[in-house]
Design a protein around this ligand. Structure first.
Ligand code: SAM
Length: 464
């Protein structure tokens, strides 16, 4: 089946990636934090995917997750809580727009989405899966596109995630509350998922004990065959009522609240991942539409192994990257907007992750001069005091490592040796305004992001 829309030019048989926006992408290195095993890429998802394909990443990605715009006809704002508390100062800035023009804009939206889904499908390995997170506004459109790109048999799941409780306006409206998101999962030919189990508390009345005193709960045999029942019987997992009716025994385990629980395999209805507003304050970046870490941790862990490569080219606040880092996976995360990149960078710094930051956007992304004073104590010790931008989202110091062997471009390699980013949580420490460090390099570079993600920079030559 093929989805038609006004002006459709998308052709999944054309692998040239020559969409209207796609120029030849050049990857420019901007910063190196620790080893270069992970990447943060500023640029359009199509350019970033094209650059990755060009570098030979085709067939190398185990999990691609995207949470793209979803036809919501909304502009989203980023909220920076400068003082950390509810009543403290809040700075609001534009983060990204999800507006696609006349009549809901579906044709323009599909022109955007289709080639990007296609490029992502080409990055996947034979065991790879693509997870596309949307809601009622666009999931039905993406489903048809994905069938066309991957083939209908590649469909693995439609996950329904309850992202909000049915409260307030939703609960009062004249239809059922729209409280769910849809995550479409498509897999390459050898893709398999390993759904986790969760602990479901069992009511006291339903708890029985076997002859050894082990607690269990029993459920009807359902569609178990006689052969399976024989096997379960041999394992001591069959319970027969006085009338001889067969039940399956499920042995119980305790959860952290000391309740007896049955271990159940998670199905495609996810009601046990709390919305971001219930997450710890330290997790909430202020970036709009941020998804909970627990959601991405579930996705990544059921679809990949440690060491595998995870990609998200509509990265937002960087949830996918942080989840991949926590789970020992490598990541490549991208976003078109400076603010998203600034948020991702600060977040990964807080998480202690290493990465290189690069851009496929033509031209310089340095937008303004930074103001700071540099004091030198002795030959190698420096003190830098930043004065503008005031209270940045993050700032950092890099030293030049010499021009030998740039990895992806002719830009010299800069190593970050000091950084400070705004803390999150109820009482975050204010961002430091003085940096003390030592350096033997010939040059220093001081950079900062403000709350619009704008990049400020100052270069400093060290006279020896
Ligand atoms: C819904 S948000 C993603 C939120 C993210 N999952 C998180 O947990 O924070 C969508 C992101 O896609 C980015 N975006 C929109 N169009 C893009 C494009 N063509 N290429 C790359 N990024 C894009 C936006 O800047 C925005 O940050």
């Amino acid at each position: 089946m093929r989805l038609e829309w006004a002006g459709r030019t998308f052709n999944p048989n054309d692998s040239s990636l020559a969409g209207p926006e796609a120029g030849p992408p050049r990857v420019v290195l901007q910063e190196e934090v620790g080893d270069g095993r992970n990447r943060v890429l500023q640029g359009d998802a199509l350019d970033n995917a094209a650059a990755l394909l060009e570098e030979g990443y085709g067939g190398k990605v185990r999990v691609a997750y995207i949470d793209p715009p979803y036809l919501s006809a909304t502009d989203y704002a980023y909220e920076a809580r400068l003082d950390g508390t509810k009543d403290g100062r809040v700075r609001r800035t534009h983060a990204f727009g999800d507006q696609w023009g006349e009549d809901g804009g579906a044709p323009r939206y599909l022109d955007m989405l289709a080639p990007r889904l296609h490029a992502l499908s080409r990055l996947l390995s034979d065991r790879g899966t693509l997870w596309v997170h949307l809601d009622w506004r666009a999931s039905y459109l993406a489903r048809v596109l994905l069938d066309e790109i991957f083939g209908r048999d590649a469909f693995l799941n439609e996950i329904v995630w309850r992202r909000a409780p049915n409260l307030g306006r939703q609960a009062q409206s004249s239809q059922f509350g729209r409280t769910i998101d849809t995550i479409l999962v498509y897999g390459k030919k050898d893709a398999t998922l390993v759904p986790p189990t969760r602990l479901e508390p069992i009511e006291k009345e339903a708890i029985r004990r076997d002859e050894d005193g082990r607690p269990f709960t029993a459920a009807p045999r359902g569609d178990y065959t006689d052969q399976s029942i024989e096997r379960l019987d041999a394992e001591g997992r069959v319970h027969r009522s006085k009338q001889g009716k067969v039940y399956i025994k499920y042995f119980l385990v305790k959860n952290e609240r000391d309740e007896w629980c049955r271990e159940r395999r998670v199905d495609s209805l996810w009601t046990d991942v709390a919305p971001i507003r219930h997450a710890r304050l330290e997790e909430r970046t202020g970036y709009p539409t941020q998804k909970p870490l627990a959601l991405l941790e579930r996705i990544i862990s059921c679809a990949s192994d440690p060491g595998d490569l995870v990609v998200d080219l509509f990265g937002g606040s960087g949830t996918t990257a942080e989840a991949a880092h926590r789970l020992g996976r490598k990541y490549i995360v991208g976003d078109a907007q400076s603010l998203a990149i600034a948020t991702i960078r600060a977040r990964l710094m807080r998480a202690g992750s290493h990465f290189v930051r690069q851009s496929t956007i033509a031209g310089s992304v340095v937008e303004a001069p930074l103001e700071a004073t540099v004091e030198r104590h002795g030959d190698e010790t420096f003190e830098v005091r930043i004065s503008s931008p005031v209270e940045p989202l993050a700032w950092w110091i890099e030293i030049e490592e010499g021009a030998d062997g740039p990895l992806f471009s002719a830009t010299p390699r800069w190593k970050t040796i000091w950084h400070s980013e705004r803390g999150l949580g109820g009482k975050p420490a204010p961002i430091r305004d003085v940096a003390r460090f030592s350096s033997r390099g010939p040059r220093l570079r001081v950079s900062a992001h403000d709350d619009e993600g704008k990049l400020y920079r100052m270069n400093w030559e060290i006279k020896r």
